[in-house]
Design a protein around this ligand. Structure first.
Ligand SMILES: *Cc1c(COP(=O)(O)O)cnc(C)c1O
Length: 398
């Protein structure tokens, strides 16, 4: 799954280019940087690779989501639909702009159930934010249709699905805006970083300015820049961008390895009676970063997850018990445990949303195990791992 597994000479070379000049900042210092513009170059590479008109690098995937929401003008009183199965960053970004995360059930694709989304739309809804979890895509045609019908924005959280496609189009480029995370465990990494993708030039300009204190970036002199509105500092550094520049050049290789190892594990597990695999809306577009499957019962899934860990086969998260990726353990959200004071109205709405029951999601997530796919396995190692997994899983299904 993660690009850090193949960190090497290419990354060191790009980082060294920056160390040679000592200009670690992405803006300004035109003379001493001697033509080294890693962030700018990475943005150009991202536009080329993913087929988007604009890419704005920022300091994290969370910053990318926050910036996208702000650029779309989403804020106090607005509702944003997100799935019950995601990373906490989804609701962190929504609450940070003052909006309400509306949690909606997932289905056997492990992504937003379009019917449940339709039922959750109100007059306050401004956007649907599907998350392409664990390397594979949400049901984008259905969600796009809902956005058109109800005049909503589609913001794709493609942080876990870099390089995945849907009907031939890159994930992250299909909605009004899309985001990737380049944190250390993502399909490609900058160490820390993220990016916002959009084909809309006006939204792109807002992202460019918002992520740098509102600097309008029209002149050569940063000090003389105007500030059309308030922004934040979500800048990426040149050192981080340099790592990403090396990684994007290896992304095709990462994806090929990942898909190969994914297929090997799948072949080992596919004949086990009773095992059911995650539904993938467009199989050809799966990144292969995880192989997700369902056991017949929740009990069996919990037992298999522990048995795999006990057998020393790591990297098989049982999300139902996970503190960070599933609603069940998000007590901080359920209690609206903010450090800072927030408006009573927002707090009440957040708690109301987070404390709903999610029986449909529970029934799915309690039977699900995702097996992380490593880039570092040889074919033999993947085969051996897959066989061991099959033996263990079979014992519990019998
Ligand atoms: C990693 C991740 C993020 C946040 O990215 P950071 O760069 O860690 O802030 C957002 N959404 C999902 C689904 C993620 O997996």
């Amino acid at each position: 799954m993660p690009g850090y597994e193949l960190f090497g000479a290419e990354e060191r070379k790009e980082v060294n280019d920056v160390l040679e000049t000592g200009i670690l900042m992405r803006y300004g210092f035109d003379a001493p940087r001697k033509g080294i513009w890693k962030a700018r170059e990475l943005e150009q590479e991202i536009c080329k690779y993913f087929g988007t008109k604009n890419a704005q690098l920022v300091s994290s995937g969370t910053a990318a989501l926050t910036t996208a929401l702000a650029a779309l003008g989403i804020g106090f009183g607005d509702e944003v639909i997100i799935p019950t199965f995601t990373f906490v960053a989804s609701f962190e970004a929504v609450v940070s702009v003052g909006a309400i995360p509306v949690l909606v059930d997932v289905d056997d694709s492990l992504t937003l159930n379009p019917d449940a989304v339709a039922a959750a739309i109100t007059s306050k809804t401004k956007a649907i934010m599907p998350v392409h979890m664990c390397g594979s895509m949400a049901q984008l045609d259905e969600l796009k249709e809902l956005c058109t019908q109800h005049d909503l924005y589609l913001i794709e959280d493609a942080c876990q699905a870099i390089g995945g496609t849907y009907k031939g189009q890159q994930l992250g480029t299909i909605g009004d805006m899309g985001t990737f995370s380049f944190d250390f465990v993502k399909i490609m990494t900058c160490g820390e970083g993220g990016v916002i993708l959009t084909n809309d030039a006006q939204l792109a300009e807002k992202c460019d300015q918002y992520s740098d204190h509102g600097h309008d970036h029209y002149g050569k002199d940063r000090g003389a820049d105007l500030h059309p509105y308030l922004g934040y500092n979500f800048r990426i550094s040149e050192l981080h961008a340099a790592v990403g520049l090396a990684q994007i050049k290896k992304l095709d290789a990462f994806l090929a390895l990942q898909k190969r190892n994914h297929q090997i594990i799948f072949n080992c597990l596919k004949h086990i009676p009773g095992i059911q695999f995650r539904r993938i809306p467009d199989e050809a577009g799966d990144t292969g970063s995880f192989l997700s499957f369902f056991l017949p019962t929740a009990n069996q899934a919990a037992q298999v997850a522990s048995a795999l860990a006990e057998a020393g086969i790591g990297g098989n998260p049982y999300w139902f018990d996970n503190n960070w990726h599933y609603i069940r353990k998000w007590d901080h959200l359920k209690n609206a445990a903010f450090l800072n004071r927030i408006p009573a109205e927002q707090k009440e709405a957040i708690m109301q949303q987070a404390n709903k029951t999610f029986d449909v999601s529970d029934a799915i997530m309690s039977r699900c195990i995702s097996s992380a796919i490593s880039l570092a396995w040889t074919e033999e190692q993947a085969q051996e791992r897959g066989q061991k997994m099959a033996e263990i899983i079979s014992q519990f299904i019998a």
